[in-house]
Each structure stands twice: as structure tokens, then as C-alpha cells.
Write a protein that binds this ligand. Structure first.
Ligand SMILES: O=C(CO)[C@H](O)[C@H](O)COP(=O)(O)O
Ligand SMILES: [Fe+2]
Length: 251
């Protein structure tokens, strides 16, 4: 295989009150990675800034009070707690407007992968990737459904490249949404250009959508509701893996 399958249950669909046990359950059932969705509101990011007033004004002018996503999930303290209970690869997907602010804390907390959104890193992605690497994490870039795939090419081809591209197959923010099959054109274009790149798909993946994603060339599969909502989650994990293995070309 040119690229290996990585099946990453999204812990967004787990029982947060029993996160350590849920993580162990997924690893025991065959998960390669644990996908951690980090969503922060704009308000808490403003408080992180030294220029509170300026940020507030800037954000109200440019973002009209909107957050990167309309949801709040977990942050570095939860990653740090979970890290004490598992050695699994923690595949962190940062849906925040200022990823640079979270590099150091996520690295110290024990995150393995740090995937930021291209939409908020157009100006500073080179510095961001460098910092992610020096904090001991693997850098990845994500793109929303409305973002053209060409926007991530420079990040894959840069002097300090990202090591994974995450193609969102739903609008970021919530689990349990419907898979967008038209996003497979992006996956196909990426796989054609970069045969050995890790390409992750996130949103609405499960037994009924995996074939489209695997055939297009995705090898890292995030699946939340389809895994946690299944009577036998282990069977879903192995089905996802088999589909990727069948579709990937051999070296
Ligand atoms: O990034 C995400 C949402 O923004 C989640 O990772 C994603 O939605 C997974 O959940 P599901 O498999 O239920 O769609
Ligand atoms: Fe995600």
C-alpha cells in the first residue's frame, strides 16, 4: 500500500463524561487514531489576546460576531487529561479562528496531530507549520466545503509542508450531518497530485459513504455517529478499514 488506512473515530460522538473509557474502547475495537474536535468561541479567543479592545472591534467589523463554528467542545485541558490514560494518536482538528494561539498548549497537552483550517491561516501558515512541528506535533491543514482545493496546494508543496490534508465533507461544527459526495472531486484531485499524502475525510462517513471516499483516494477516515451509534462499533471500524484497503493502489 502506498498510504495506510487510519480509522479515526470522532470522540465528539462519545460519552464525554467517560472519555478515557470511550477512548480505550475505540482503541480495543481497532481504531488507529482518535479524532478530537477542538471548537472554541471567538469570545474566549478575544480574551487570549493582549489587544482585547482592538480584537473586539476588529472581530465585530470583520466577523460580525460569528465564531469559526457555532459550537463549543473541548480544549487542551481535556487533551492533557486524556493523554494520561492513552498512548493513542490524538488527531486534533482545530476549528478556531486563531490556531497559532493554541499550538503551545496543545503540544504540551500531548496532541499528536494539529490540523488547522486554511481559511484562517492564509497569511501565517508557514510560521504556524514550523511551530506545530517544533511543538512535537504533526501538522495538517483542513478545508471547509466552500473552499477550493487549490488553496491547500502551497501548504503541501512548501519548504516545511503539512503532512495531511483534511477535506471537510460537512460544514464544520457538529457531528451527525449528511456526507457531501461532491467533495470527492477535491479528494480525487489531491490523490492524483500527491500519491503518498495522508488525505483525511471528516463528516458523515460510515458504511454507506465509505466507498465513495475510499475510491476517491482518502485513507484517513473520521467517523463519529456511524461508529458510536452502531450496535457493533468494531464491525464499522473494520468495514471502513477494508474499504480503504481495497481501494488503495499497491506500491
Ligand atoms: O469535525 C467534525 C464536525 O465539525 C466532526 O469530526 C465530524 O462531524 C464527525 O462526526 P460525524 O462522523 O458524526 O459526521
Ligand atoms: Fe473533525
Amino acid at each position: 500500500m502506498v498510504v495506510s488506512p487510519k480509522i479515526a473515530p470522532s470522540m465528539l460522538s462519545s460519552d464525554f463524561a467517560n472519555l478515557a473509557a470511550e477512548a480505550k474502547r475505540m482503541v480495543d475495537l481497532g481504531a488507529d487514531w482518535l479524532h478530537m474536535d477542538i471548537m472554541v468561541t471567538l469570545k474566549s479567543e478575544i480574551f487570549n489576546s493582549y489587544f482585547t479592545l482592538y480584537s473586539r472591534l476588529y472581530n465585530s467589523l470583520c466577523y460580525s460576531g460569528r465564531h469559526f463554528v457555532p459550537n463549543l467542545t473541548i480544549g487542551a485541558p481535556v487533551i492533557e487529561s486524556l493523554r494520561k490514560h492513552t498512548s493513542a494518536y490524538l488527531d486534533c482538528h482545530l476549528m478556531v479562528t486563531n490556531p497559532m494561539d493554541y499550538v503551545e498548549q496543545m503540544g504540551k497537552a500531548g496532541a499528536s496531530g494539529f490540523t488547522f483550517h486554511v481559511e484562517v491561516a492564509k497569511e501565517n501558515w508557514q510560521e504556524l507549520v514550523r511551530k506545530v512541528k517544533s511543538a512535537g506535533m504533526r501538522p495538517g491543514v483542513a478545508l471547509k466545503p466552500g473552499t477550493p482545493v487549490e488553496e491547500v496546494y502551497p501548504l503541501v508543496e512548501g519548504a516545511t509542508p503539512v503532512e495531511m490534508v483534511l477535506v471537510m465533507t460537512v460544514e464544520p461544527g457538529f457531528g451527525g450531518q449528511k456526507f457531501m459526495p461532491n467533495m470527492m472531486d477535491k479528494v480525487r484531485a489531491l490523490r492524483q497530485k500527491y500519491p503518498t499524502l495522508d488525505i483525511e475525510v471528516d463528516g458523515g462517513l460510515g458504511p454507506s459513504t465509505i466507498e465513495a471516499a475510499a475510491e476517491a483516494g482518502a485513507n484517513c477516515i473520521v467517523a463519529g455517529s456511524s461508529v458510536f451509534g452502531a450496535p457493533e462499533p468494531g464491525k464499522v471500524i473494520s468495514l471502513l478499514r477494508t474499504s480503504v484497503e481495497k481501494a488503495q493502489p499497491t506500491a
